[in-house]
Design a protein around this ligand. Sequence first.
Ligand code: KMH
Ligand code: ZN
Length: 273
Amino acid sequence: MEHKPLIITCAVIGAELTTASSPYLPLTPDAIAKSAIEAVKAGAHIIHLHVRDEKGRPSQRVDLFDEISKTIRKQCDCILQYSTGGAVGTPLDERIAPLKLKPEMATLSMGTMNFGDDIFENSEATIHSIAAAIQNNGIVPELEIFDCGMLDTAHRFIQKGYLPDKFHIDFVLGVSGGMNGDLKNLMFLAGKLKPEQLWTVAGIGKHQLQLSAHAIAMGGHVRVGFEDNIYYKKGELAKSNAEFVMRIVRLASELNRPVATLEQAKTVLSLND
Ligand code: KMH
Ligand code: ZN
């Protein structure tokens, strides 16, 4: 079967990492924007964006999202996908605040889970509130699926008409507390989708490379980046987000999977409608 052109997401930094884990992380507004621009120039279509304040602390401040988005957009064209997950424990009003800037996409986590030693709270009421904020701002959601029950919740929300018609799905596999990065989990989850449903896999840590390769072969799409993984290979820290993206572009070429143009990516993600 001929697969659709590949869409690459780069999750530039996330909310959890600190300088203790790697010296190469972009941890200020300028560094995040620069790293995102490099990733887009390397081939990423979607920038999954968390922001940090001037001290490198995770933040959902609207002014920071605005500033970083403007810097990125000035230097390259891409799809911005804002995180509504924020950091564990971020209050709901802060999580949805940046959506008023109307990025093309935003995340919507489909359930509560253990997240390492913490609890990532996404009660049904929280999911409804974030979904409404996404819909009211005309944004395309990406449903974040960390576990099988979250996909069942997503299907229930879709069936009941609680979500917009157009959405994307991201399987995040390997978070401690969610489904692990075993390939069987990806096969199982992807097998529960309609064949025409677009999906991406974000493999955490050591799972990133293998799951990416399988997603390319299966017709899925790929998310890479420091948020999910700081190692380029065992024992070797990645020096930039662009390195991860370049490797996916090379893998796709080896596997005969064309990489989407930005216009193709926007079209299949319903961003041109
Ligand atoms: N930082 C995690 C607790 C998202 O971006 O929507 C949640 C997260 C998901 O990163
Ligand atoms: Zn995130």
